[in-house]
Design a protein around this ligand. Structure first.
Ligand code: SAM
Length: 265
C-alpha cells in the first residue's frame, strides 16, 4: 500500500508541476492553510536562527511562502515523492536570494530524524501528510519520531484529518439532502481521543483549532446544497471558496484540523 500511495503522489506532482493543485484540488483551502501557518509562526515567535521543517512538504508551496516572509529562520522541507521535491527545487531556484534560508530534500516522515536530526527543530509541521500512512500504528510511530526531532519545548503543528470533523460535516450534509463524503482510499483519519492519548506521551500541551470549519460548512454544505438545487456540479474555483476563507472560526465541521503540540521540556 505505501508504495502505491507514493506513486500516486509522484504522479500527481508530475501532472500538476508548478500548480497549486499538486497536493489538493481545493486551492482556496491551500491558501487558508498557508495563512494559518503564517499566523501561527508569528504567534509562537521563535528566536532568530530557529529551525522549522515541513515534513511531507509536497511541492514546497507552504515553505516557498514562509521562507521569504521570515528571513531570520531556517526552513527545510522533505517529501518521499521525488517528483514533488523536483518541483519544489525548481520553484526555489526561481525565488533566487529570497529562498536562501530554505532547502528541500527527499525524506520519509516515518524516519524524520534521518532528514533533520534529533532534537534540532524549534517547529515541525505536517500538512495532510500523516493521513497517508498505512494505519494508526504507523501514524503514532511517526508522531513519536517527529517529537524526537524537536528541541524540548519545541512545537509540532499538525494539520491533519479527523473522523469527528468528517462525521459532523456529513451530518450537516445529510440535513440538506447531500450524500456522505467518504474518506479517500489513500487516507487514514485520526480519532481525536486516540490521537490525544498517543500525543500525551510526548507532548505537554495539545490544542485543537478548528481553523477550517467555517470554510467547510460554507463550501461542502451550503454551496454544495445550492449546486444540487441548481443541478450543477460543485466547482473548486467558484467565488464562494474565496469568500469562505475569510470567515471567522465557527463550529467543528471540518475533517481538517490544526493541532498545536508543545514537546515536554
Ligand atoms: C496531501 S499532500 C500535502 C503536501 C503538502 N504538505 C501541502 O500541504 O501541500 C501529502 C504529501 O505527503 C507526502 N507523503 C506521504 N507519505 C509520506 C511519507 N511517508 N514521508 C514523506 N512524505 C510523505 C506525499 O508525497 C504528498 O506530497
Amino acid at each position: 500500500m505505501s508504495e502505491k500511495i507514493r506513486q500516486y503522489w509522484d504522479e500527481r506532482a508530475g501532472q500538476n508541476a508548478g500548480e497549486l493543485t499538486a497536493t489538493t484540488q481545493d486551492v482556496w483551502m491551500r491558501h487558508l492553510e498557508v495563512a494559518t501557518l503564517i499566523g501561527l509562526i508569528e504567534e509562537l515567535a521563535p528566536p532568530a536562527g530557529a529551525r522549522i521543517a515541513d515534513m511531507g512538504c509536497g511541492d514546497g508551496n507552504t515553505l516557498l511562502a514562509l521562507a521569504p516572509r521570515f528571513r531570520d529562520y531556517r526552513f527545510s522541507g522533505f517529501d518521499y515523492a521525488p517528483q514533488m521535491i523536483e518541483t519544489a527545487n525548481n520553484n526555489l531556484a526561481a525565488l533566487g536570494a529570497e529562498g536562501s534560508n530554505l532547502q528541500f530534500s527527499v525524506g520519509d516522515v516515518t524516519d524524520p530524524v534521518a532528514s533533520v536530526g534529533e532534537a534540532s527543530l524549534d517547529i515541525a509541521m505536517t500538512d495532510r501528510c500523516l493521513i497517508n500512512l498505512d494505519d494508526s500504528a504507523a501514524q503514532f510511530r511517526a508522531l513519536g519520531e517527529i517529537a524526537r526531532t524537536l528541541k524540548p519545548g519545541g512545537h509540532y503543528l499538525a494539520i491533519e484529518n479527523f473522523h469527528e470533523g468528517q462525521d459532523a460535516m456529513n451530518a450537516a450534509r445529510a440535513a440538506v439532502g447531500l450524500p456522505e463524503i467518504q474518506v479517500r482510499w489513500h487516507n487514514h483519519f485520526f480519532h481525536e481521543a486516540e490521537f490525544r492519548a498517543e500525543a500525551e506521551r510526548h507532548f505537554e500541551t495539545i490544542e485543537i483549532r478548528e481553523f477550517a470549519s467555517a470554510y467547510y460548512y460554507a463550501t461542502r454544505v451550503i454551496y454544495s446544497a445550492m449546486c444540487k438545487m441548481q443541478g450543477v456540479d460543485p466547482d473548486y474555483q467558484h467565488e464562494i471558496h474565496q469568500l469562505a476563507v475569510k470567515l471567522p472560526a465557527m463550529g467543528a465541521y471540518s475533517p481538517i484540523r490544526l493541532v498545536i503540540l508543545r514537546k515536554k521540556g
